[in-house]
Design a protein around this ligand. Structure first.
Ligand code: NAD
Length: 494
């Protein structure tokens, strides 16, 4: 059985007391096993990161940027190889895997501009003969803990800016699809990143708790489900660390009566069922406003018939399997239980049969859904689209704003005024206007509101520079015998 090693101080470390299974979701077979870190392995990785810190934080900005230019080149050249790894462990179709890598590359491109992003400010003569300037310095050893659903993109969201800012990193990817992180770390080494700057440790709760309790780790970036994000935020903060913890989502797509019906239906299908609904920005609730509901449901239903579900390696497949058998069964339970909750199952994907032993499930559409039903309240994270029917725009906004999550939200309309009002009123971190998955480009930052994010800063882009650096302000006066005097009063500007 192929073993997936840690990557510490520039070398693979395969020894472990415990290993976890890694499946190929398209076949249902366990093809690999991954080393799971104990607390002592975490100590070893933190020690490597600490040892690499002085050298890396004093490396010139030009040398740091040069690494990112080379990483960009290598990742571009080897994109299809990495996509194949993603598909073999996550299950998403190859074209989607390549799309994920392209979006992750935006963060590497952003990092090449680090000398611009790390510029401080300077004020001359804030007081007589006194100047002030500000600088941003690295935080130290940073831990990045990532989910299974974007095994390349989410690590790239974090490590690009963290390393660019002069920090050293411990990356703890999901134990369900861990190989891509090792692949990416080895590319960084090939691109000239010194050993110990980027370390990959695999593991489950034991490893994560070892990271959160380690005094050598100064900041934690986390992306995953809301219950875990909450505990990560509390424990890391209690241990005095800087922390940003992004959680789950229930993204609504509001469709006003004047929307372009075909455009809205195409968008709903793409955003609800792409990557089998295992995207934190997937649309899981379609809010049909007024009399568009019947036509909209029919337009979505008719498009579902032609979706091709199969192994991600088959170019004909548009949607692959779910990540595990347990997750597939959990997703199915929401559809199966929906009628008892009072909803109407328009298309029941749980009944679709598949030849392979993989973790496949068909796509489902559930109408007449309401808050209070589990199919509405819970994050399902699978190919299940709920439809909530409301009478007015105001009802739609209330629904969106009363939901516990606030990651992404979209409105479909031809009315610019309504779109503008929605942009102002919607309580979510990312809003799309006729764009169903409004993941910001790499020059902006990504993050939700409410239970979708615990912390103050969003991820990647300008917010990440603030998160991965500490500000320092320097006040300077040069000797001038004519103004030097003893004054025990609190310094005042003059
Ligand atoms: P998860 O919360 O199960 O796992 C995330 C990470 O936490 C993994 O590295 C995992 O090993 C670790 N972990 C799991 N259980 C833990 C525990 N008890 N204690 C400590 N660490 C633990 O999430 P997942 O299933 O891998 O990913 C899917 C979730 O991530 C969904 O809820 C999705 O919405 C969310 N997500 C959010 C965003 C976002 O940007 N907000 C992006 C991607 C995914």
């Amino acid at each position: 059985m192929q073993q997936i090693p840690h990557y510490i101080d520039g070398r693979r470390v395969a020894e472990a007391e415990r290993f976890g299974p890694v499946f190929n979701p398209a076949t249902g077979e366990q093809e690999k096993e991954v080393a799971l870190a104990s607390a002592s392995r975490i100590d070893e990785a933190v020690a490597a990161a600490q040892a690499a810190l002085p050298g890396w934080r004093s490396a010139s900005l030009a040398k740091r940027a040069a690494v990112f230019y080379r990483v960009r080149q290598l990742l571009t050249e080897r994109k299809s190889e990495l996509a194949a790894i993603l598909t073999s462990e996550h299950g998403k179709v190859l074209s989607d895997a390549e799309g994920e890598i392209s979006r992750g590359l935006e963060n590497i491109e952003f990092a090449t501009g680090l000398s611009h992003m790390l510029k401080g400010e300077r004020s001359e003569q804030v007081s007589s003969g006194v100047d002030v300037h500000s600088i941003r310095q690295p935080v130290g050893v940073v831990a990045c803990i990532t989910p299974f659903n974007f095994p390349a993109m989410v690590p790239l969201w974090m490590i690009g800016s963290a390393i660019a800012c002069g920090n050293t990193v411990l990356l703890k990817p999901s134990e369900k699809d861990p190989s891509s992180s090792v692949f990416i770390a080895e590319l960084f080494t090939e691109a000239g990143l010194p050993d110990g700057v980027l370390n990959v440790v695999h593991g489950d709760r034991e490893a994560v708790e070892g990271i959160l309790d380690h005094p050598g780790v100064k900041a934690v970036s986390f992306v995953g489900s809301t219950p875990i994000a909450k505990t990560i935020y509390a424990r890391a903060a209690a241990n005095g660390k800087r922390v940003q913890a992004l959680g789950g989502a229930k993204n609504h797509m509001v469709v006003l009566p004047d929307a372009d019906l075909d455009m809205a239906a195409d968008a709903a299908i793409s955003a609800a069922y792409g990557s089998a609904g295992e995207r934190c920005m997937a649309i899981s609730v379609m809010v049909a406003v007024g009399d568009i509901a019947d036509d909209l449901v029919e337009a979505v239903r008719s498009r579902m018939e032609s979706l091709r579900i199969g192994p991600g390696t088959d170019p004909a497949s548009e949607m692959g399997p779910l990540i595990t058998a347990e997750h597939r069964d959990r997703v199915a339970s929401y559809v199966t239980n929906a009628p008892a909750e009072g909803a109407t199952v328009v298309v029941d994907g749980t009944q679709q049969q598949f030849d392979s032993g993989g973790f496949f499930i068909g796509v489902s559409l559930v109408d007449h859904v309401k808050p209070g039903m589990k199919v509405y309240d819970d994050e399902i994270f699978g190919p299940v689209l709920s439809v909530v029917r409301v009478d007015t725009y105001a009802d739609a906004v209330r629904l969106v704003n009363e939901n516990q999550y606030g990651n992404g939200v979209a409105i479909f309309t031809r009315d610019g005024g309504a779109a503008r009002q929605f942009e102002v009123e919607a309580e979510a971190g990312m809003v799309g206007v006729n764009v169903p998955i409004p993941v910001p480009v790499g020059t902006y930052s990504f993050g939700g509101w409410k239970d979708s994010l615990f912390g103050d800063t969003h991820m990647y882009g300008p917010d990440s520079i603030r998160f991965y650096t500490r500000g320092k302000v320097v006040t300077t006066r040069w000797p001038d015998p004519s103004t030097s005097k003893i004054d025990l009063g609190f310094p005042q500007v003059d």
